[in-house]
Design a binder for this molecule. Structure first.
Ligand code: COA
Length: 375
């Protein structure tokens, strides 16, 4: 039997910090309201040169570095996102190119804030089935680009970021132990972007009414979130043959500290087993679980043999819960100087390769245009 072991992890967030006090100057809100209702103090906002794919690329490179693996060994890149750089192509294709994963296939998964659990389930299945050996999964979103910055009920909640895991085939029985994926599409209107897709292509009126931004029924989503986290976690534990006591660390989607605490209380999970970083990043959608997992690793809370419960929920409505058994040492290893040089070379090589391929395409197009085939 083959298992999908997590061997690399990494995350990336923009440098720009937007605090609650900054938001006080933009909409009718207060630091006190935001902190008491959500637990959020600040969030990161992508700069003009950043996008979902640039954050995803940095997270992916960090995960490859931890795993000490060259991008040429990656078989498949899966990006969970609902804020792609373009409607087409996928963010995964852009990441595949920018990291130089020249042998890899690439596709995106859109299950909103639950997306990372879906990507984890798909990648683990493809590895356990023997189809693939090494898969890079990334949760990446730049919700700041689709938020209505005049709507105080949503703009205070979200932030940007990316988190990545590298999965490799292993004989060791670790990685995904069980998984529950769910959807209730009747809840579409609870959280959606009404215009800009095939049902309502963008018009000047839509733009004027900001129908191309997130519309959310906050209290509906709030109630859905708590009951769903509780139910999905219990189902995933049952499927793994485990009990709540077996969870060493609970890492739910980081949307709101009140949701996290209420769900943990209902599940009877003590505070010391709950991880949260929502105060520093807000809701980074598909990136929130992998960023939280990386920070839990950094703070020494993930050890070999630990059972992690990861739970996501979001637009769809959709949800996903996964029980993961951790299998590798997380002690940071100093990187030898020559490895840093090699890594730098890999990343430059990817840029040169991409540039050469793009130039080749332009030249081919020019030749066809001029009818000078074969020159
Ligand atoms: N600052 C100040 N007041 C605000 C505000 C803000 N940023 N946003 C909303 N309010 C106001 C509302 O207008 C409302 O005023 P009213 O009573 O005069 O009408 C009041 O605060 C209470 O609003 P309410 O929606 O009842 O607050 P709440 O306690 O439910 O908290 C959310 C609102 C959005 C924080 C909460 O519902 C939530 O977290 N929902 C889940 C959202 C989520 O996680 N979405 C992503 C899922 S992936």
């Amino acid at each position: 039997m083959a298992y999908a072991q997590i061997v690399g992890w990494g995350y990336a967030v923009p440098a720009r910090v937007l605090t609650n006090f900054d938001l006080e100057k933009m909409v009718d809100t207060s630091d006190e309201w935001i902190r008491t209702r959500t637990g959020i103090s600040e969030r990161r906002i992508a700069g003009p040169k950043e996008s979902t794919s640039t954050l995803a690329t940095r997270a992916a490179q960090n995960a490859l570095q931890v795993a000490d693996l060259s991008p040429g060994r990656v078989d498949l890149v899966i990006v969970a996102t609902s804020t792609p750089d373009y409607p087409v192509p996928s963010v995964a294709s852009l990441v595949q190119d920018s990291i130089g994963a020249s042998r890899a296939g690439a596709f995106d998964v859109n299950a909103a804030c639950s997306g990372f659990i879906y990507a984890l389930a798909v990648a683990s299945g493809l590895i356990s089935s023997g189809l693939y050996e090494t898969i890079l999964i990334i949760g990446a979103d730049t919700l700041s680009r689709i938020v209505d910055w005049t709507d105080r009920s949503t703009c205070v909640l979200f932030g940007d970021g990316a988190g990545a895991l590298l999965l490799r085939r292993s004989e060791s029985p670790t990685g995904l132990r069980s998984c529950v994926l769910g959807s209730d599409g009747s809840g579409v209107s609870s959280l959606l972007i009404p215009a800009g897709g095939s049902r309502n292509p963008l018009t000047p009126e839509h733009l004027q009414n900001r129908q191309n931004t997130i519309k959310m029924k906050g209290s509906e989503v709030y109630r859905f979130a708590i009951s769903t986290i509780v139910q999905a976690t219990r189902q995933a534990l049952d499927a793994a043959g485990m009990r709540v006591d077996d969870i060493d660390l609970f890492i739910p989607h980081q949307a709101n500290i009140r949701i996290i605490q209420a769900a943990a209380r209902a599940l009877d999970i003590p505070d010391e087993k709950v991880f949260s970083n929502v105060h520093r990043y807000g809701n980074t959608s598909a990136a929130s679980i992998p960023i939280a997992l990386c920070e839990a690793i950094e703070s020494g809370r993930v050890r070999v043999g630990a059972n992690l419960a990861l739970v996501g929920f979001g637009a769809g409505l959709s949800w996903g819960a996964a029980i993961v058994q951790w299998g590798v040492d997380t002690t940071p290893v100093p990187i030898a100087w020559w490895k840093s040089v090699l890594r730098n070379l890999h990343s430059r090589e990817a840029m040169v390769r991409s540039f050469a391929l793009r130039t080749q395409r332009r030249l081919d197009a020019l030749r066809r245009l001029n009818g000078i085939h074969g020159v």
